[in-house]
Design a protein around this ligand. Sequence first.
Ligand code: ASP
Length: 315
Amino acid sequence: MTSPANAQERPKWTLVIHGGAGIIEKSRVTPEQEAGVRTGLEAALEAGSKVLANGGSALDAVQAAVQVLEDDPHFNAGRGAVFTWDGINELDSSIMDGRTRAAGSIAGSTTTRHPVALARAVMEHSPHVMLSGAGADQFAREQGLEQVENSWFGTPERRRQLDELKARQANWFDVDLKYGTVGAVAMDSQGNVAAATSTGGLTGKRWGRIGDSPIIGAGTYADNRACAVSATGAGEYFIREGVAHEICARVRFKGETLKQAADTVMAETRELGGTGGVIVTGPTGEMAWSFNTPGMYRGKASSNGERVVEFYGEQ
Ligand code: ASP
């Protein structure tokens, strides 16, 4: 962790990432898990920072960071996604460009290796914002995006979690005790912001359940006039609160700092019954996170040389 003397100056670019929130406490995370998650978050920060340091866009940076986490089986996105009740993987993702408020999202994709790349293709190469299921994957094939067998996403640990959920007739949150959705928000050297989120959703989900992650305004939002947000948590509550848009609206209309807005909205979400967290950045260069769970896998980097990865309650 570095915290250089110039950390208070307005940075030229910023990047904040998350790998899920939940009952993440030192006593529950094994050293192997901790090392694996840390390596994954550092690799994602590195990928996104490289884009931004080279003058690339916030949009490219958030996609680059999320794709690293989609390929990493420690996180509930892409490879390593949780299983549905029927024992397959259905992936949700979204991306948004704060410059134009263009957005793309997909729900229930089953064969596209990088769901965030598909969300971006929807934004840039279709007249739509949101595609779902077989149609989303058909569009991915037409766009030449890499396809894999659905079994490529599954891991033995995720299978064990589904088996445990069924055996205990447990609620989805009782099994793994955390959400593993991934996301990134960034501001680039042009002052533009972007956000992206990717997830397998909830263990044992059924009936085509879709959470907040692919819902623009709930799990993801980006607006140069305010901020960029990516969320992780109990999607149903995040949808009802309109978490990501609500944070941006408070910043835009009430003039709150990103941290104030994020803390208020997470407290309101908790009042509804929703647990989880958010990451935020904005054109001012402020970076913030807020969570109402014991921990959140998270990291941030900026042109000022900051580079932080944290897991547990406010550190
Ligand atoms: N928000 C995701 C969902 O409800 C879950 C997560 O954050 O892990 O689908």
